[in-house]
Design a protein around this ligand. Sequence first.
Ligand code: HEC
Length: 147
Amino acid sequence: MMSRMERNERRGCPAPVTIGLFTLIAFGVWLLVGLGPAVADEEEKKEEEKKEFAADKGPDSIDVKGYPAKIRSMYKTFASKCSRCHTLARPINTDMSAGAWMRYVKRMMNKPDSGISPKLGKQIYQFLKFHQAKKDEKKKAKEEKSE
Ligand code: HEC
């Protein structure tokens, strides 16, 4: 009796192992060609996100110990509401004028499903205004020292 493989070889057919290997290589090449651009796209997207929000990597809390009690309670609102869609570090490490903060809080408030009512938005804005003024004071003092 002849085995099937021997019969195949006699007829000049490639052995099943060779066929299997060829299929595997072809599949590999197809995968590489097909996935290459997709992987590159993903990387590019990640790069963009990194560039845009470097602020996300900074500190993600504020030491409000020295702030008045009213401001400290507003900080709690800010910390819970403004960390829902992105890190709290994003607003913390962003500097804006008071006017720009007002516009920005409104913009965030108006995003679908923000969970921020106008009343809470106002508190958050007041906290940000206060904290920004403190940051500006510190920056100014530092600049005067180095002069
Ligand atoms: C409903 C989701 C959501 C909530 C809640 C939210 N944000 Fe945002 N925030 C975003 C998105 C999305 C972006 C990026 C695109 C944009 O700027 O609209 C963003 C970006 C930002 C930026 C980056 C601005 C820049 O261009 O560097 C700041 C600062 C910011 N948010 C502050 C806040 C503050 C303060 C609050 C709380 C009042 C808040 N966010 C709440 C979705 C949200």
